[in-house]
Design a protein around this ligand. Structure first.
Ligand code: MG
Ligand code: MG
Length: 260
């Protein structure tokens, strides 16, 4: 069953989603070689609670962190802990918050220090693919149009599109129907309608698309141990153009200040 949202509910969800972007921006200020991922998780948890919201992932299915922090070959669902970031790493940070009864969900992949051109290109293409998918996320289109747009943007470069994990509806629950795969055929799948709120989240591998779950029961990594990137927005389906509820603006303003 798909839960359609009223305009009022979408505004509540915008608030939750924008708080995710602000949280990721706060975390971004602390990204540097030597930082421990558990420290980043603590920053996020404090920030979310200071904004009268609840970390959306903590305790979800037993997940121990506020953030999913996935480094290099880790695709998603990495558990914050003793691991420290090194120069040349990339780190995908996924965050969810619950506020006013609604979830927001968004993710961003960051470069730590000097990252190779090849990996920077993967990150750039993954973010572009997210927006290509969003362009297709409009009333009257179908789920397969989104996946097709994502897939056809990255596969010509030889990148692997992860299939085992998908985007999703989001609302009063973190994961609602429908599933939103990052691959697909144009015109296939259920029809998108005004009032649907979905998370689109391409997970794109530098190498093959195969992934494995680590023994910790959470972390998903690439089979070939080549790096993977992940970008995610929460958005509402509208006529003509999606309404992106989350934002990368604060994150990118922090990154620009750090590099400038
Ligand atoms: Mg997410
Ligand atoms: Mg998600």
């Amino acid at each position: 069953m798909i839960y359609f949202k009223t305009d009022e509910e979408i505004e509540l969800q915008r608030e939750s989603s924008l708080l995710v972007g602000k949280t990721l921006a706060e975390v971004a200020k602390h990204l540097k070689p030597g930082v421990q991922t558990a420290f980043l998780d603590q920053i996020a948890e404090t920030f979310i609670k200071d904004h009268q919201a609840i970390p959306g992932f903590k305790g979800y299915g037993g997940f121990p962190g506020t953030l999913c922090i996935s480094v290099n070959e880790q695709v998603v669902h990495g558990i914050p802990g003793k691991q420290t970031l090194k120069d040349g790493d990339i780190v995908s940070i996924d965050c969810g918050v619950l506020k006013n009864g609604f979830y927001g969900d968004s993710a961003y992949t960051f470069a730590i220090g000097n990252v190779s051109e090849a990996v920077l290109h993967l990150m750039r293409l993954t973010k572009e693919a997210l927006y290509k998918g969003i362009e297709q996320a409009i009333d009257g289109n179908r789920i397969g149009d989104i996946g097709f747009a994502v897939q056809s943007h990255v596969e010509p470069f030889g990148y692997g599109v992860v299939r085992e994990l998908v985007g999703h509806g989001v609302g009063r629950k973190l994961h609602e129907k429908p599933e939103v795969p990052n691959y697909g055929k144009r015109g296939n799948g259920i029809k998108l309608r005004v009032g649907m709120v979905i998370a689109i989240e391409p997970m794109i591998n530098l190498g093959g698309r195969g992934v494995t779950q680590e023994a910790d029961g959470w972390t998903i990594r690439t089979n070939d141990r080549l790096p993977s990137a992940h970008f995610e927005h929460t958005l509402a389906i509208k006529q003509g153009k999606a309404d992106i509820l989350s934002s990368f603006e604060e994150i990118e303003s922090v990154l620009n200040n750090m590099n400038g």
